[in-house]
Design a protein around this ligand. Structure first.
Ligand code: ZN
Length: 500
């Protein structure tokens, strides 16, 4: 440690504190802010973000980073220097007019999209996608990339990731997934799901979800759960992590698995070492790793037999009339039902990834220049047919369904499937390390799992980048095989399928 390093960390912490204020104001905007507060809030957020950006990219920060590189640093300090220098260089390479043009175009494009989607009007939205793609290409040229422009976009969410690697991994996933979906479709087993649309009072749903999150080890004195139209998790500090969900009386599974998912994100945020708060050593590795934590809890745990062995009797106790004619097995089959559908956010654990593969392939082709924006609907529909056997009757339920492209967030989608792949690999590692894990879960003892994740993943912050973390935790590189094996095991048993 030295004077320059200390200076660098002090500036990084200031920036992180401004970001925490931004996060709190964004959280408020989504939960409690009165509707008329929107205009002022946008200005406040833009001002604060501008201050944070200027501070982070200041010459003073540049000098501190250069100086720190000449000082004797321990391992954690070297991690902080590596990551701060990396972000600093990237941020400084982007010309300010480009940052502004992108922000302005993105916010207008979102407005256009909000009208174009319900109106089923791709033609009006298309020029905006084209403009955003051009701006992101300029951005990629400015920050630089290893092989193709898409690498630069991907790295905003998954530092160190390469398009080529991800394409290879996803390629291995596609065949087995398409095959699994098809075989499930042909299976004679169709789980009953009627009871999942009965009326479940919202207060009871909330009580049950909070109980599950606390069993997982989410610290309610260092976080809270509120309601917002789109569920999310945001963080002001290790000791202040906010989760949101939405409730519908007739869709209890949506809020329950939503809370488990967000609490999985929340455990990651509560699991950082408080000593490293505001520095990379106390920060998430990537969106993909973040998503691995939420999906591990939501799917591998929350939709498992072991989990419901403990929670089903409590669910029945909470909802006696709604569940009076439902067995534990029927419930388990219902929450794991696989059925191809048009909308990504409503997709099940198996088909979900095909929605992502399709988006990744399309994005990559857009940035390679081998696909033009006007061909998007046709390509989208053709791949939906090939992968899921469905064709959207209109663009509203097809190419127009997500907000990501309107924001210009190209490169974001793959992190969802990366999260699933990482989660399956981590789960293999933890079950190998803790042979009694499933029995513990069946007894409602979820804390040993949280402790393992905390020790092996959360406490490390950004010590490793995603691919190195996977290698470090599991002894293996990123691959689709754990995830495919998991799906075939679970859904093969549910739908009575055999796999070689
Ligand atoms: Zn998530």
């Amino acid at each position: 440690m030295g004077a320059h390093y200390d200076r660098m960390i002090a500036i990084r912490r200031e920036v992180s504190e401004i970001h925490a204020a931004v996060s709190l104001m964004e959280w408020d905007q989504e939960t409690y802010m009165p509707r008329k507060g929107g205009d002022a809030r946008s200005r406040q957020l833009a001002t604060l973000s501008g201050i944070a950006h200027a501070r982070f990219t200041s010459d003073e920060m540049g000098d501190a980073i250069h100086g720190a590189a000449t000082e004797r640093l321990n391992e954690t300090e070297r991690v902080n220097l590596r990551e701060i220098a990396w972000s600093f260089d990237r941020a400084r390479r982007v010309p300010t007019p480009l940052v502004k043009a992108f922000a302005e175009t993105g916010s207008k494009a979102v407005e256009v999209w909000r009208e174009a989607r319900p109106a089923n009007d791709f033609a009006t939205f298309a020029p905006w996608i084209a403009r955003l793609v051009d701006l992101r290409k300029e951005y990629a040229e400015a920050v630089g990339y290893a092989h193709e422009p898409y690498d630069a976009l991907l790295e905003d969410y998954e530092p160190g990731a390469s398009t080529e690697d991800i394409a290879r991994t996803f390629e291995q996933l596609r065949g087995p997934l398409v095959d699994l979906v098809q075989r499930i479709q042909e299976s004679w087993i169709v789980p009953r799901t009627d009871f999942l649309s009965r009326t479940f009072p919202i207060d009871d749903q909330r009580r049950f979800a909070v109980m599950a999150a606390e069993r997982m080890g989410f610290d309610a004195e260092a976080g809270r759960l509120d309601v917002s139209p789109h569920p999310f998790c945001t963080t002001m500090s290790v000791h202040d992590v906010r989760l949101t969900t939405r409730y519908s009386e007739t869709m209890p599974a949506q809020s329950l698995f939503g809370v488990i998912h967000e609490a999985g994100h929340g455990l990651y945020e509560q699991g950082f070492d408080p000593e490293h708060e505001g520095t990379p050593a106390g920060t998430a590795v990537s969106l993909g790793i973040h998503e691995s934590q939420s999906r591990l809890w939501e799917n591998l745990i929350g939709r498992s037999r072991a989990f419901w062995r403990f929670f089903f009797p409590q669910f029945v106790q909470t909802f006696p009339s709604q569940m009076q004619d439902v067995s534990e097995e029927e419930f388990y089959a219902a929450i794991n039902r696989v059925a191809p559908s048009l909308i990504r956010v409503e997709a099940d654990e198996v088909t979900y990834n095909l929605h992502i593969l399709l988006r990744f392939e399309i994005e990559r082709d857009l940035f390679k220049g081998t696909l033009s924006v006007n061909d998007l609907p046709a390509v989208w529909n053709a791949r939906m047919r090939a992968y899921l056997g469905l064709e959207p009757p209109c663009d509203r339920d097809g190419v127009l369904q997500d907000i990501h492209w309107a924001h210009g967030s190209f490169g974001y989608f793959p992190t969802y499937t990366l999260g699933n792949l990482y989660a399956a690999q981590f789960f293999d590692a933890v079950t190998a390390a803790m042979p009694g894990l499933l029995d513990q879960i069946a007894r409602g003892e979820l804390l040993p799992l949280r402790e393992w994740l905390r020790e092996h993943i959360h406490r490390l912050g950004m010590t490793f980048r995603a691919h190195d973390l996977v290698q470090h935790v599991t002894g293996q590189a990123l691959s689709s095989s754990s995830f495919i094996a998991y799906l075939q095991r679970k859904f093969g048993e549910l739908y009575r399928l055999n796999f070689p």
